[in-house]
Design a protein around this ligand. Structure first.
Ligand code: NAD
Length: 278
C-alpha cells in the first residue's frame, strides 16, 4: 500500500512534469485575513509545496479587523487579474465575515478550493470541475491503492462543505452506499461500527475509538487537532490501527494530500482558463 506521503509526492511530481513539459506558469493567490497562527502555518506549507512544483504564489494579508466588504473587494480584484489563475481564501475567517458571502464572490474558474456554489453544484450534478482538495486527496488514496468502493458501506462523520459533503458525493459517485453522521446523529458509534469505509472529519481529537470500527475497515482520518502543540487526528490511531485494514495517520496523512491536490486543481483551473483541453 502506498502511504499518503508517497501518493502526495506522485501527484506533485505529475503536476511539476506537466508544468515543465508545457511551459505552463500558473499563479496562485492566497487571501489570509487576521492572525490565526494555524492559518499562517497552513499557508506557508502550501506556498512551499507550490514553489517546489513550479507554481508562483502570492499571499494577500488583511488585518483581523477587515470587513466583509474589504475581503470581497480583494477577491473581486483577484478575479479580474488575468495574472492570477487560482484564489484560495484561507479559513477560518474572523467572526464579522460570512464565509459563504466570500466564497460566492470567487470566480468559479479560479476556485481552486472547489467551494463556490457553481463548483459544488457541478459536483452534485455529476459533472465536477474543481472539487475541494481534501476529498480529492482521499479519493486518490482509494484509487492509487486500489481500495474497493463499489457496494461498500461508507460512513462519513462530519458534514462540512469542504470535506464531509463532497466526500460523501464522490463516494456515492463510485457506487458506495453512504451514511452521513453529524453532531445530532443518534447512536453514532453503532453506525460507525457498520462501516466498511469510515471517514472521520469531526475536529475532535481521538473521537473514533476501537469499538466504533469494524474489523478490516478502511479508516481515513481527516481531523487535525492541535493539542499541547501536537497534531492529533480524529481517530485514536494507536488502538484503531490493529483493527483497520488500512488507516491514514495524523500528521503525515490526508493533510499532505490536500496540499498536493491544490497544485493539481490549480493546473486544472489554469488549463481551463487557457482553453487547453482537460
Ligand atoms: P467543521 O469543523 O466545519 O465541522 C465539524 C463537523 O463535525 C460538523 O459537520 C459536525 O456536525 C460534526 N460534529 C461535530 N461534533 C460532532 C459529534 N460530537 N459527533 C458527530 N459529529 C460531530 O468540519 P471540517 O472543516 O470538515 O473539519 C473537520 C476536521 O478536519 C478538523 O479537525 C479540521 O482541522 C480537519 N481538516 C483537515 C483537513 C486536512 O487537510 N487534513 C482539511 C480540512 C479540515
Amino acid at each position: 500500500m502506498l502511504t499518503c506521503k508517497e501518493i502526495a509526492d506522485k501527484i506533485q511530481e505529475d503536476v511539476r512534469n506537466e508544468l515543465t513539459k508545457n511551459n505552463y506558469a500558473p499563479t496562485l493567490s492566497f487571501v489570509v485575513v487576521g492572525n490565526d497562527p494555524a492559518s499562517k502555518v497552513y499557508v506557508s506549507r502550501k506556498e512551499k509545496v507550490c514553489s517546489a512544483v513550479g507554481i508562483v504564489s502570492q499571499s494577500h494579508n488583511l488585518p483581523e479587523t477587515a470587513s466583509e466588504e474589504d475581503v470581497i473587494e480583494l477577491v473581486r480584484e483577484l478575479n479580474e487579474d488575468e495574472g492570477v489563475n487560482g484564489i484560495l481564501v484561507q479559513l477560518p475567517l474572523p467572526k464579522q465575515i460570512n464565509p459563504n458571502k466570500v466564497s460566492d464572490a470567487i470566480s468559479p474558474e479560479k476556485d481552486v478550493d472547489g467551494i463556490t456554489p457553481i463548483n459544488l453544484g457541478r459536483l452534485v450534478s455529476g459533472n465536477p470541475f474543481l472539487v475541494p482538495c481534501t476529498p480529492m486527496g482521499i479519493m486518490a488514496v482509494f484509487e492509487m491503492n486500489q481500495l474497493p468502493i463499489e457496494g461498500r458501506h461508507a460512513v462519513v462523520i462530519g458534514r462540512s462543505l469542504i470535506v464531509g459533503k463532497p466526500i460523501s458525493l464522490l463516494l456515492q459517485n463510485k457506487n458506495a452506499t453512504v451514511t452521513m453522521c453529524h453532531s445530532k446523529t443518534a447512536d453514532l458509534a453503532a453506525m460507525a461500527a457498520q462501516a466498511d469505509i469510515l471517514i472521520a472529519a469531526v475536529g475532535k481529537p481521538k473521537f473514533v475509538t476501537a469499538d466504533m470500527v469494524k474489523k478490516d475497515a478502511v479508516v481515513i482520518d481527516v481531523g487535525i487537532n492541535r493539542v499541547e502543540d501536537k497534531l492529533i487526528g480524529d481517530v485514536d490511531y494507536e488502538v484503531v490501527k490493529d483493527k483497520a485494514s488500512f488507516i491514514t495517520p495524523v500528521p503525515g496523512g490526508v493533510g499532505l494530500l490536500t496540499v498536493a491536490m491544490l497544485t493539481r486543481n490549480l493546473l486544472t483551473a489554469y488549463k481551463a482558463q487557457k482553453n487547453i483541453l482537460l
